[in-house]
Structures are given as C-alpha cells and as structure tokens.
Ligand binder design. Structure first.
Ligand SMILES: Nc1ncnc2c1ncn2[C@@H]1O[C@H](COP(=O)(O)OP(=O)(O)OP(=O)(O)O)[C@@H](O)[C@H]1O
Ligand SMILES: [Mg+2]
Length: 215
C-alpha cells in the first residue's frame, strides 16, 4: 500500500495482524463507581470541604466515563480505527484531544480520520499555523496543534473560543500547551509508541457524546 501523505516522519506502511476489527472500537472498560467524579486512577483526594473547590476540581479532573485500550501493530491499525470512528455520526461535532510524544502518531491518526471523512487534497500539519480548517460534505473540521502556542491572548484574538463553542469536529494535538483554555473534550486519545510501528492506545470518553462515538 502506498502512503497518501507526507508526514514529518518517514511513513512505512506494512500489513500486520489487526486486533481491532473494522467495526470494533476496542474493548470497553467502564469506570468504577468509585472513579466517577474524579480523575480515574488518581490517588489524590478531592478537596471535600468547600463546594467551590469541588467544582474547580471537577473542571480540572473531568469524569472519565469509559476507557478503552487498543493495540496498533502498525499504521494500518491506526487507519482502520480512524475509519471506524468516521462512521459514527456523533463524531462530526466531537472534540478529541490527542496525547503522545513527538512522533507518536497524532497527526497520522488525524490524517487518516479526515481522509475517511471525505477530506480531499493535501492535509497539511497545522504546526506553524496552530489550526488548519478542513471541509468535506456534511463536515466542518478544525485540526489544532498547540505545540508552539505560547500566547494565551491568541486564544481570544484568533477566535479559538468561538471554534470550540461551535458545532464541528475539533482535533487537538498538544492540548497540554493550552491547558486551562480548552473545554473538556469528548474523547482523549493517548498514543504510546512501543517501537517504530506498534502503539499502545488508551481512549477515554469524558462526555455522553464521547461514549456515543465509541458505542
Ligand atoms: N501504528 C502507527 N500509528 C501511527 N503512526 C505510525 C504507526 N506506525 C508508524 N507510524 C509512523 O509514525 C510517525 C508518526 O508521526 P506523526 O507526525 O503522526 O506524529 P505526531 O504524534 O503528530 O508528532 P508531533 O508531536 O511531532 O506532531 C509517522 O511517520 C507514521 O507513519
Ligand atoms: Mg503532529
């Protein structure tokens, strides 16, 4: 198979064993009742006394409603998972954060997803522009990369608040760099490279829409 794009890193596609079936979005692991309301897995106790502090805590640590673990043997698995997500109607208004080190595969996943959603032409990486808008029939999408985002004033000036408040698909690389400004996403995808091709993937649904996308 030939690659249809030119990411920053050399793309090497090969076929391999696929754990995620075409329509399979991964195994579900529901959050335990104990974890509801707090960041799953966190051992830090929530401030219990003041209601205001609890609200701030909930904003900073939104409830993880559902967690899925995937294993991608190679980029073909990434592509197939992107194609499966693209078939979910709820995806078109979702906000998805992509976490992972440089070269983990965030942009690669976004490109496969936008392709599967019908975006034609070259899908540029937004590294320098912070955001690249994309359109396809029935789709308005924004691909953010906050890696070089260092002036919070740009959040208002560039109209990012309006974009995140509007319908449409929002895909966000390096959300950590805009922490405190971004709304709670519907999905958080964590990509962990095991070697050149294999990725451990953890997907967290933080909203009902996120759960719908994974349903
Ligand atoms: N299973 C896989 N899933 C995704 N990408 C893979 C996989 N195996 C290999 N790759 C390759 O890893 C590279 C990932 O690069 P990519 O630009 O997507 O990373 P990134 O996470 O966006 O990095 P950055 O933080 O620099 O933006 C690509 O060359 C891609 O072809
Ligand atoms: Mg990238």
């Amino acid at each position: 198979m030939e690659t249809v794009f030119q990411p920053r890193h050399q793309a090497r596609l090969r076929r391999g064993k696929i754990d995620v079936g075409d329509a399979d979005l991964g195994e579900s692991q529901f959050a335990s009742p104990r974890a509801q309301g707090f960041h799953q897995g966190s051992d830090i106790p929530a401030p219990a006394s003041a209601h205001g502090l609890m609200s701030i805590w909930s904003l900073m640590h939104p409830t993880i409603l559902e967690t899925r673990k995937l294993h991608w043997s190679d980029e073909t698995d990434c592509e197939r998972w992107a194609q499966a997500l693209a078939r979910r109607p709820a995806l078109r208004d979702a906000c998805i954060e992509l976490h992972g080190t440089l070269g983990a595969g965030k942009t690669t996943f976004v490109r496969h997803l936008l392709r599967a959603l019908g975006v034609a032409g070259r899908i540029k990486s937004p590294s320098y522009a912070v955001v690249e808008p994309h359109e396809a029939p029935g789709l308005q999408a924004w691909h953010f990369d906050f890696y070089r985002f260092n002036d919070p004033r740009e959040w208002e000036d560039a109209g990012f608040r309006d974009v995140f408040g509007a319908p449409g698909l929002k895909l966000v690389e390096w959300p950590e760099k805009a922490a405190g400004l971004l709304p709670t996403p519907d999905l958080r995808v964590h990509l962990e490279p095991l070697d050149e091709h294999r990725r451990e993937v953890k997907v967290e649904a933080l909203t009902a829409r996120g759960q719908e996308v994974l349903a």
